[in-house]
Write a protein that binds this ligand. Structure first.
Ligand SMILES: Nc1ncnc2c1ncn2[C@@H]1O[C@H](COP(=O)(O)OP(=O)(O)OP(=O)(O)O)[C@@H](O)[C@H]1O
Ligand SMILES: [Mg+2]
Length: 342
């Protein structure tokens, strides 16, 4: 167990409401090495929060077992709590006292962790500087921005100096700049301080950028584990053709009908209507035959281009997850949280 910071074996959580039974986490087995930055990626309701909550002993599994820093989450929950810092999707900052300053919040939580006062003061000083929050430390949390609150919660997770951090969507709800700062901070925790991080996200790019390894979870099950590079390789197996037409939205249905009737076309991945322009992305079995066949099927329309396109990581993820990327809505633009936007 020594080389691993976190091990789960068949970890399972079932929620029952009346007769309904939801297997939120379904026999998940993972091994996360010390010093590893590990990302758990998955769509809404995939089981990310439930999985991380079991690891930090906030939820009791129905089946399976896990060890954090070698301690059993079932038999030694107190030891686990001493060794792990966590933050659970609380971007609104509900886990903080809004009428206290950031600094007073931290001192309070340090006390709960039995950190001696002088140690706490020193540690808080260093951490505040680390996240560039030192100038705002004495403001009330109610006057903080979301990004500032997230940083404060990250510091809070670090007060007892845990080697292992379990963070549920730490960048959710942050603007681009704050998210970037938080990511840099997390990466430094791993690179400079040797921490192990397990974090969850539904942002493919973030995970690819940050992580040493990634697991993709869907409907409670792990469907892929590998390095960002391995995901990239999978991505490149997906063959995509992008079709651009100088037409307006009312021809979309006919265009889609013509394209999807071709056997070389597997699936429509996305469609967008922009002013007098339609952009459709499809996955195909083979570029060389698909491109002329599609162009031919669309004769009569104003074709701007039919070309080979690289899949986005999101498309690859959805492919791996087996999630239906796009529903055939005539409006064409509402592709939802995982839909591709440019
Ligand atoms: N306390 C609960 N009672 C009943 N069902 C629950 C409970 N918590 C979660 N679930 C269900 O378990 C499944 C997994 O939820 P979970 O919150 O772990 O997903 P998630 O991957 O964190 O999703 P999101 O990206 O939306 O945060 C979902 O179907 C959810 O509705
Ligand atoms: Mg969640």
């Amino acid at each position: 167990m020594g080389e691993y910071a976190i091990v789960s074996e068949n970890l399972t959580k079932i929620f029952r409401s009346g007769k309904r039974k939801i297997v939120a986490v379904d026999h998940v087995s993972l091994k996360i090495k010390r010093g590893e930055f590990f990302g758990l990626l998955g769509p809404n309701g995939a089981g990310k929060t439930t999985f991380t909550k079991m690891l930090v002993t906030l939820l009791i599994p129905d089946e399976g077992e896990a060890w954090v820093d070698g301690f059993s989450i079932l038999k030694e929950p107190i030891e686990v709590r001493k060794r792990v810092g966590w933050m659970m999707g609380e971007t609104g900052g509900r886990a903080l006292y809004w009428r206290l300053s950031g600094y007073d919040n931290l001192m309070f939580f340090a006390k709960l962790h039995n950190v001696p006062r002088d140690v706490a003061e020193q540690r808080i000083k260093v951490l505040l500087r680390f996240v560039e929050l030192e100038n705002d430390a004495h403001k009330l949390v109610m006057n903080y921005s979301t990004g500032m609150r997230v940083k404060l919660m990250l510091i809070r997770a670090l007060l007892h100096n845990p080697d292992i951090l379990i963070l549920d969507e730490p960048t959710l709800g942050l603007d681009v700049e704050s998210a970037r700062k938080v990511r840099t901070f997390l990466r430094r925790l791993v690179d400079d301080l040797g921490k192990t991080i397990l974090f969850t996200s539904h942002n493919m790019y973030e995970v690819e950028m940050l992580c040493d390894r990634i697991a993709i979870i869907n409907r409670g099950r792990i469907i892929f584990i590998g390095t960002p590079r391995e995901i990239r390789e999978k991505v490149e197996e997906i063959k995509i053709v992008e079709i651009q037409l100088a037409e307006n939205g009312n021809v979309l249905d006919d265009v889609l009908r013509r394209i999807t009737s071709l056997s070389v076309v597997n699936e429509v991945l996305s469609k967008e209507i922009l002013e007098r322009n339609i952009i459709i992305r499809v996955s195909v079995t083979d570029h060389a035959t698909a491109i002329p066949e599609i162009a031919n099927a669309l004769r009569g329309y104003n074709i701007e281009s039919v070309h080979r396109a690289l899949p986005t990581l999101e498309e690859a993820f959805l492919k791996l997850a087996g999630v239906k990327i796009f529903s055939m809505k005539p409006s064409g633009v509402g592709v939802g949280r995982y839909g591709r936007r440019r």
